[in-house]
Design a protein around this ligand. Structure first.
Ligand code: AMP
Length: 273
């Protein structure tokens, strides 16, 4: 595995590679969710590139940028064992200069849900993803449905800016008890981890209701809130794949989302139906 720490090193590493390139951008602290993306990339491409970069421009002031988990040695090992060909591991200076051009998220879709709680977050996400896609020039790039709004906005950027890459959405990987894997789960105490299960339980409830024929969004959201109740809920939402609000679930074109704080940790989760 080649470790590239700058744009030049990455371009040099890519020079000898022929065929398709599968790319998995991450912020590190790799878990089985990340590994499922890497395995999909490995299974469908000649070359696999993973990036690990805790992107400062997507964190708002007061968020967890400085304490975001960093696990260099373990991450390198996971990448190596997963058959990654090139690990791109830049520092902030290798990725950003001063007074740069930036990508901005669309006015509506970028400023609802996550965009309300974290205004400007998606500008940072889209900017860094654009930089990474331009550097790696992958055939396919893999993103988790866990970050559903991020995935939708990246797919929109690729479409709007006529970028030549296939965006591959990947299922959310969960612990046996339902908790969606997240690098931020390490912040949870034992007690908080139990509380955090309310997010997946609320989503499971929404799925059960729909399976039993309840399609009214207000009814489903009320039942979800009953389950989430003691948590500080930032939002529950039921939208279509374009992130437009729905009054009734449309099977095959619906995403149910939740964001809540468990202690000081902010967690998100969703289910696609
Ligand atoms: P992150 O390192 O959190 O920025 O995530 C890197 C990529 O992994 C993103 O495309 C995420 O959506 C994806 N991802 C994070 N958690 C999971 C999970 N539990 N299952 C599947 N993909 C995930």
């Amino acid at each position: 595995m080649i470790i590239a720490r700058s744009a030049t090193e990455l371009r040099d590493a890519l020079k000898g590679k022929n065929g398709s390139i599968g790319f998995v951008p991450t912020m590190g602290a790799l878990h089985i969710g990340h590994r499922s993306l890497i395995e999909a990339a490995r299974g469908n491409n000649d070359t696999v590139v993973v990036s690990i970069f805790v992107n400062p421009t997507q964190f708002l002031p007061g968020e967890d940028l400085s304490k975001y988990p960093r696990r260099e040695e373990a991450d390198f090992k996971i990448c190596e064992l997963s058959g990654v060909d090139i690990l791109f591991y830049p520092d902030v200076q290798a990725m950003y200069g001063e007074d740069e051009v930036r990508i901005t998220a669309p006015d509506v879709r970028g400023y609802i849900l996550e965009g309300v709680s974290r205004p400007g977050h998606f500008d940072g996400v889209l900017t860094v993803v654009m930089k990474l896609l331009n550097l790696v020039r992958p055939t396919r790039a893999y993103f988790g449905k866990k970050d559903a709004q991020q995935l939708a906005l990246i797919a929109q950027m690729v479409e709007n800016l006529f970028m030549d890459v296939e965006i591959v959405p990947m299922e959310t990987v969960r612990e046996k008890d339902g908790l969606a894997l997240s690098s931020r789960n390490v912040y949870l105490s034992g007690e908080e981890r139990t509380e955090a299960l309310k997010l997946s339980a609320a989503l499971k409830c929404s799925t059960n209701m729909v399976m039993q024929g309840t399609l009214e969004v207000t009814e489903i959201q009320k039942a979800m809130m009953d389950i989430l109740a003691p948590l500080e809920v930032e939002y529950t939402a039921i939208v279509n794949r374009r992130f437009e609000s729905l009054s009734r679930v449309l099977i095959g074109d619906t995403i149910v989302l939740v964001a809540a704080r468990v202690g000081s940790t902010r967690l998100i989760d969703n289910v696609w139906m």
